[in-house]
Design a protein around this ligand. Structure first.
Ligand SMILES: [Zn+2]
Length: 286
C-alpha cells in the first residue's frame, strides 16, 4: 500500500502496555460466550448466570509509563491508522445512501489482554469487534501471526483484517447484527452457526467494498495488494485455522467460512464496490 503522507485516523485508543487487573465479580468474555452458547442451544441462560459471573471482572490499569514502541511497531500503528481513516472515508460516503449515518468506530490497540464492553479478551483470540462499545480491538502481534503462522505477509493482508472488523461495525450500524442475533435465538445450533458464517462472509465482502473504494477514489492500493488480501482471506479461513489447531477440519463448527468462501466474498465486494453485492443472507450458495 502507498500510505506515505496520508491522513491517520484519530479514532485510535492506545492501551498497549496496560495490564488488566482483577477488581471484583462480573462477566468475563468466556462467561458471556457460555451464556450465548446456552441461548443458542435453546437453554434459558438465566439459571447459569451465577456460574458465569463467578469469573472475576477485569479492569485495565493505567500503564505507569507510556508504551515504548519499536520503530517496527510505530510503522504498523501508522499503517493501521491510515487504513482506519480510509475506511472512514469509504463508509462515510456509502452509508448515507442507505439512510444510515456512519458513526466512526474506535480502534483499540492492546498488548496481551484487554477489557471490552463485551468482556475480557486475550490476544490469542485474534482481533475482534465489540458491538456494545462499537470498538475494534487489535493486538498488532496478530500481524506477525498472519505472516509467520498463516503465510499471509504484507501490509494489505493487515489492512484486510482491519477492514473486516470495520465490516462488523457496518453490520451493526445497518441493523444487520441485531437481526442476525434475533434469528439465531430461534434456530438450532447448526443453523445458528450457518448464520454466523453468512455474517462473517458479509464482513469479508464489506472489506472488499472498502478495498475497491480505497483503490478507486484514493489510489491507496499498489500492485500485488489485492493478492495479499486474498491470501489473508484464504489463510484465516476456518478450515485452515482448524487444521492448524487440531489437524483436521470439522465443517459443522465453522463460524467464519472456508478459505474458498472467504476469498469468493472478498472478491465479490472488491469487484462491485457496493454493499448490495454482499447479501450473503440471500445467497443460495456461499
Ligand atoms: Zn469476523
Amino acid at each position: 500500500m502507498d500510505i506515505g503522507g496520508r491522513r491517520q485516523s484519530s479514532n485510535i485508543e492506545d492501551r498497549r502496555g496496560m495490564r488488566p487487573v482483577r477488581t471484583g465479580v462480573g462477566l468475563s468474555l468466556g462467561g458471556v460466550l457460555f451464556l450465548v452458547v446456552l441461548s443458542l442451544l435453546g437453554i434459558n441462560p438465566l439459571p447459569f448466570l451465577g456460574v458465569a459471573t463467578q469469573a472475576p471482572e477485569v479492569q485495565m490499569q493505567e500503564a505507569e509509563q507510556p508504551y515504548q514502541e519499536s520503530a517496527q511497531e510505530a510503522k504498523l500503528r501508522e499503517m493501521t491508522a491510515v487504513v482506519l481513516a480510509d475506511t472512514e472515508e469509504t463508509w462515510n460516503t456509502i452509508l448515507p445512501r442507505y439512510g444510515v449515518e456512519y458513526v466512526e468506530p474506535t480502534l483499540v490497540l492492546f498488548s496481551g489482554a484487554v477489557q471490552s464492553a463485551c468482556g475480557a479478551a486475550e490476544s490469542a483470540m485474534g482481533p475482534f469487534y465489540c458491538p456494545l462499545d462499537q470498538k475494534v480491538y487489535i493486538d498488532m502481534s496478530f500481524y506477525d501471526d498472519l505472516s509467520s503462522r498463516f503465510g499471509a505477509p504484507g501490509d494489505f493482508a493487515q489492512a484486510y483484517v482491519v477492514a473486516h472488523e470495520v465490516g462488523h461495525h457496518v453490520q451493526n450500524l445497518m441493523g444487520i447484527a441485531k437481526q442476525v442475533h434475533e434469528a439465531q435465538q430461534r434456530v438450532s445450533r447448526t443453523q445458528a452457526n450457518e448464520i454466523s458464517v453468512r455474517m462473517e462472509l458479509q464482513a469479508d465482502c464489506f472489506a472488499g467494498v472498502w478495498a475497491k473504494n480505497a483503490a478507486q477514489s484514493r489510489q491507496l492500493l499498489e500492485a500485488g495488494d489485492v493478492e495479499e488480501g486474498l491470501r489473508a482471506a484464504s489463510a484465516i479461513g476456518d478450515d485452515r485455522l482448524q487444521k492448524k489447531a487440531q489437524g483436521y477440519v470439522v465443517p459443522d463448527a465453522f463460524t467464519h467460512g472456508s478459505s474458498e468462501q472467504r476469498v469468493r466474498w472478498f472478491r465479490r465486494g472488491l469487484e462491485a464496490g457496493t454493499p448490495e453485492a454482499c447479501d450473503t443472507f440471500a445467497a443460495q450458495e456461499l
